[in-house]
Ligand binder design. Structure first.
Ligand code: DOR
Ligand code: ZN
Length: 356
């Protein structure tokens, strides 16, 4: 029975959806991630966005330099780069990406859906068909921010409507295209991913497994729980937790950790994004322990992702132990401050060590 478990050693996990940012904060952010994860899929929504292989190579070099500055050897962490899909992405960009060896996906941001998505796609099937065909041929996954941007659609319904308006037609047109439905937030999304034919998977964040939308308004407006897609009702959280802990290899870990300086979160128009890189595995372990399913954490965190992306599992390990872990109130980051998710609260699981 996992309820009696006091320590758990798993294959070193990976984060299949991460925002590392750029510039001065990079060393702190990559350090937090690399302390827990062996690899991470790096989101391309910089300003300007990472739209070409040349830009991805330059960003990768900056990440590796920051990693060295943070004292993390290259063998301990590998950034898996992505391209930002636009209406103007070319078939040649895709062919170069597939050949590069370091680009592992292409990210779809519907234009206007979230932070730095202005350059995103306006009409996926209308504008990007040749590119999607090239990705399908090359086996390069499409990583999807799955929300429609139609202002007439209620914010809480945008993922469910995306399934009908975009996912179903997309998969009908490109049945062999690998698609990751990123940061799934609804029971409709879970249902779709469970039963869709073809190579479809989904990432799940720790915050969507642990919290429902009440967290946004508990005792006043709570900007540090605001992310996109936004937290949903409890019945959706339960569907996500059920999917994560089911053992189904279509569901795997992606933190969507996205740091913003405190002042841009606690503002009249606060930014979307929760910072969870510091304590990601503590949060996921807490979610899995809540339904007595720690035995399924390794599959979700360390095996299903590599299997989908066609990469080997990591060789190292990570050990969690049942112990009090106090989440810091704030983290200094390159002259500003980031407030981690659930700052000041305590968790009952703690990363004790990572092994070679
Ligand atoms: O909450 C979010 N923050 N959702 C996203 O899709 C983007 C991210 C960010 O870059 O801050
Ligand atoms: Zn994201």
């Amino acid at each position: 029975m996992s309820s009696t478990i006091t320590s758990l050693t798993i294959i070193r996990p990976d984060d299949w959806h991460l925002h590392l940012r750029d510039g001065a904060v990079l060393a702190s952010v990559v350090g937090d991630t690399a302390r827990q994860f062996g690899r991470a899929i790096i989101m391309p929504n910089l300003k300007p966005p990472v739209t070409t292989v040349a830009l991805a190579a330059a960003y990768r070099d900056r990440i590796l330099a920051a990693q060295e500055k943070a004292g993390i050897p290259q063998r301990d962490f590998t950034p898996l780069m992505t391209l930002y899909l636009t209406d103007n992405t070319s078939v040649q960009d895709i062919e170069q990406a597939a050949k590069s060896g370091f680009v592992h996906g292409v990210k779809l941001y519907p234009a206007g859906a979230t932070t730095n998505s202005d350059a995103g796609v306006t009409d996926l099937l209308g504008r990007c068909s040749l590119v999607l065909e090239a990705m399908q041929k090359a086996g390069l996954p499409l990583l999807v921010h799955g929300e429609v941007t139609d202002p007439d659609i209620d914010l809480f319904d945008r993922e469910a409507v995306f399934v009908d308006r975009v996912m179903i037609p997309l998969r009908r047109a490109f049945p062999e295209l690998k698609v990751v439905f990123e940061h799934l937030t609804t029971s409709e999304g879970v249902q779709y991913v469970r039963y869709a034919e073809g190579p479809v998977a989904a990432t799940l964040t720790a915050h969507h497994l642990l919290y429902n939308r009440n967290a946004l308004f508990a005792g006043g407006l709570q900007p540090h729980w605001y992310c996109l897609p936004v937290l949903k009702r409890e019945k959706h959280r339960q569907a996500l937790l059920d999917a994560a802990t089911s053992g189904n290899n279509r569901f795997f870990l992606g933190t969507d950790s996205a740091p913003h300086p405190r002042g841009l979160k606690e503002a009249a128009c606060g930014c979307a994004g929760c910072y969870t890189a510091l304590h990601a595995m503590e949060l996921y372990a807490t979610a899995f322990a809540s339904v007595d399913r720690l035995d399924r954490l390794e599959g979700f965190a360390s095996r299903h992702g590599p299997a989908f992306y066609g990469l080997p599992e990591n060789t190292g390990t990570l050990t969690l132990e049942r112990a009090d872990f106090k989440i810091p109130a704030e983290l200094p980051m390159a002259g500003s401050t980031v407030v981690p998710l659930a700052a000041g609260q305590s968790l009952q699981w703690k990363v004790a060590s990572t092994g070679a």
